[in-house]
Design a protein around this ligand. Sequence first.
Ligand SMILES: Cc1ncc(COP(=O)(O)O)c(C=O)c1O
Length: 449
Amino acid sequence: MCIDRNKLNGLLASESEHFIQANPTSKAFFERAGKTLPRGVPMPWMSEWASPFPLFIEHARGAHVRDVDGHDYVDFCLGDTGALFGHSPEPVAAAIADQASRGYSYMLPTEDAIRVGEALQQRFKLPYWQFAMTATDANRFAIKLARAVTGRSLIAVFDGGYHGSLDETLVHLHDGRMQPLATNIGPGVDPQLTTRVVDFNDLEGLEAVLKNEDIACLLCEPVLTNNGLVFPEPGFHSAVRELTEQYGTLLVVDETHTICAGPGGATEVLSLAPDLITIGKPLSGGIPSAVYGFSEAVGDRVNHWLANQESFVTGIGGTLSGNALSMRAMRTCLEQVMTEQNYQSMTTNAARLVKAVQTIIDEFKLPWGIARFGARIEYRFHPGIPRNAREATAHHDAELEKLFRLFFLNRGIMLTIFYNVALVAPDTTARDIDRHGEVFREFVERLVG
Ligand SMILES: Cc1ncc(COP(=O)(O)O)c(C=O)c1O
């Protein structure tokens, strides 16, 4: 089915105009912010919304956000996973309020750190855990441990995965060859010196990279989430585990987004057995913190190695890593928010959303699809089931996708910022999901009706 581009562009223009008229306070804030903040935002990604300027937020609670012009949104962006468990989850907000008068940062541990270590060990089946402030840093430290343990410097990643602002990982495959990501600002070294990149679901390609026995670790998202949802084919992960073991490469699973799958992430759902796991973003309910866990074998090496260091300047850790405030928030989030019951609600409502969208796709005979992994949903404006990132991105239609997100935003539904994704929180209600369905129907009717 061909989309009428004139109609699409006309809608894009009228939706942009509507947004500008409806958001005078955000517009004024944006203009003022531009005098001190590059592109009017505190962090470049925030300028990537489909709207002519970003909304400025006044308040957020559960699965709803209110902007400075007083509009309420059902939030399916959830801070791009930072607020996967809702904004200011009640138990975490109470714990933070309590900790607020006890100090935040001591350079000494609290009992909360032990409780967090125990909870992570129980969920992810890895014995040892350490802390960072961001998923990027957790990945950086995991890579450094893998290099130290194996004595190898190269790492491998899957094409289309994203692991944070690490130069080593900002690469992609182009015509079968690795290229640095052209948009990466100021990389320190040529990634040819640090990295190999392989297509997801390509076991032959992976073996070709691993068999030189010079790869310290394979750092992977177990299901690709950052370039569309790409699922592992049957047997893929067990073969990845066998190959990495065979060639002495440590397997690092980055659960930062796939924690949407369940309390034990994709590791539990897909029965994975990695050497290391990294997770960031929502673990403390949305305040900065991240973790990296490792196996007994890695832990023994790390303990020995740390015990024999003459200086604390090990190149891992940081002053605020493991601070008391984030430990308190993380303990509370793990024990009281990331519960089976809350995941049940998230996945039930996510499935309800998928069903509503699929019904409309079928009714209008659209060549589109919708996929789900736990509480994460991806709208596909093509009929295929991608095996790798190349296939997932081949059908991107930037204008259509921009219109889609803007259309929803103008009707009180906030989808994720850059990709075609919706995230469902424990507080997202069936009513929120039904409102989403109504807007999806209106979008389709306006576009192709
Ligand atoms: C899978 C994955 N890992 C790591 C990161 C990096 O997270 P942060 O930017 O919070 O460091 C991201 C960010 O989107 C991610 O998607």
